[in-house]
Write a protein that binds this ligand. Structure first.
Ligand SMILES: [Zn+2]
Length: 337
């Protein structure tokens, strides 16, 4: 525990050093009207078989994204200690209050867990969760997988991603883990704003970090869940925690050049003009926004800023000013690592 900060108020009901399979909770005290000495109980599974590498697997960082929680609740139920060496820590729903509410952000403090790292032990419930991961769980891990999807307002082609990193060796290890995850698309990712993200916090600790965007629209499909399950199994084999053969399928490598985001400057009814995964030319119309106050108004056309493939799109039928309407990614050669 570092930083001269107070100890976390979160108490685990599992022993991270014990061998075997343990299902328990991260118990976060949360005194409130309906439970005076109550707690938020965040489910956690620890599977350990002696010394060895450790993986930290998380979903529900945003509470309305479902491939991660499905794959991880399933893995927690089925992974046996004798199948692994080292340790696997599974938290299917990191921001558990948000997950219970089906919301991106926590209904307790309205915080977006993925924008408040490193968090604080004396902060709001979401900040306390962030602090616990930052100072207690991430340091236990060699490789960290954090599942995301688009949530209720975005949808993605099924991709796994790592960030562009300054440390060449960490970049190499991250790309190797990304290739092992083996989603249909593998992305070298750029964030709109990386500050406060779990991703950034994990990378700053020198860990191998893989994230995903496997779908979205507030649900999950059989296909996207299958990709999530195959990916985590592949990653655990790659990390030499799980025995077996990595299942390889073709992946298409993408990157995100400057200006790849299409941001709405209008509000109204969105007609998406290109579907996810389809090729787009620079200047091609990707969406039209209809003003909805009256009929007879001109639509506003939104065009692809560059040629590539439609990686992400806005989901709700109505769109607001400032919403991300679409993202165009560019296919590239597999990086060498
Ligand atoms: Zn997310």
């Amino acid at each position: 525990v570092t930083g001269g900060l107070a100890p976390s108020p979160i108490v685990p009901t599992v022993d991270f050093q014990a061998d075997g399979v343990q299902h328990g909770f991260l118990r976060l005290p949360h005194s409130r009207d309906d439970s005076a000495w109550g707690a938020v109980m965040i489910p956690i599974t620890v599977v350990r078989n002696g010394d060895g590498p450790a993986a930290l697997l998380t979903g529900g960082n945003h509470g309305d994204e479902y491939e991660g929680p499905i794959a991880l609740f399933k893995l927690a139920r089925t992974l046996r200690a004798e199948d692994i060496r080292g340790r696997v820590i599974i938290v299917p729903a990191m921001n558990y209050p948000a997950f219970r509410a089906g919301r991106r952000t926590s209904p307790i403090d309205d915080r977006n867990l993925n924008r408040i790292f490193p968090g604080h032990p004396d902060g709001s419930p979401s900040e306390r969760i962030a602090d616990y991961f930052e100072r207690y769980l991430v340091p236990l891990a060699d490789v960290v997988l954090d599942y995301h999807s688009g949530g209720k307002t975005l949808d993605f082609i099924p991709l796994a991603a790592v960030h562009e990193l300054e440390d060449a060796e960490q970049q190499r290890r991250s790309l190797a883990a990304l290739e092992a995850f083996n989603a249909p698309y593998s992305l070298l990712m750029r964030e709109i704003d990386a500050r406060g993200m779990y991703d950034t916090a994990v990378e700053a600790q020198g860990k191998v970090f893989v994230t995903t965007e496997l779908g979205g629209a507030g649900s999950a499909s059989a296909r996207s869940v299958g990709i999530a399950e195959r990916g985590v199994r592949n990653l655990l084999i790659h990390a030499e925690i799980l025995q077996g053969e990595i299942s390889h399928r073709p992946t298409r490598w993408l990157h995100m050049p400057d200006g790849c985001f299409v941001i709405s400057e209008d509000e109204g009814l969105l007609e998406i003009a290109v579907d996810l995964g389809e090729p787009v030319r620079a200047g091609q119309v990707v969406g039209r926004i209809y003003p909805i106050a009256r009929t007879g108004c001109a639509t506003v056309d939104y065009r692809a800023p560059l040629g590539g493939v439609l990686m992400s799109r806005h989901v709700p039928g109505l769109i607001q000013t400032g919403d991300c309407l679409a993202v165009v990614a560019v296919e590239c050669d597999p990086p060498s690592f």
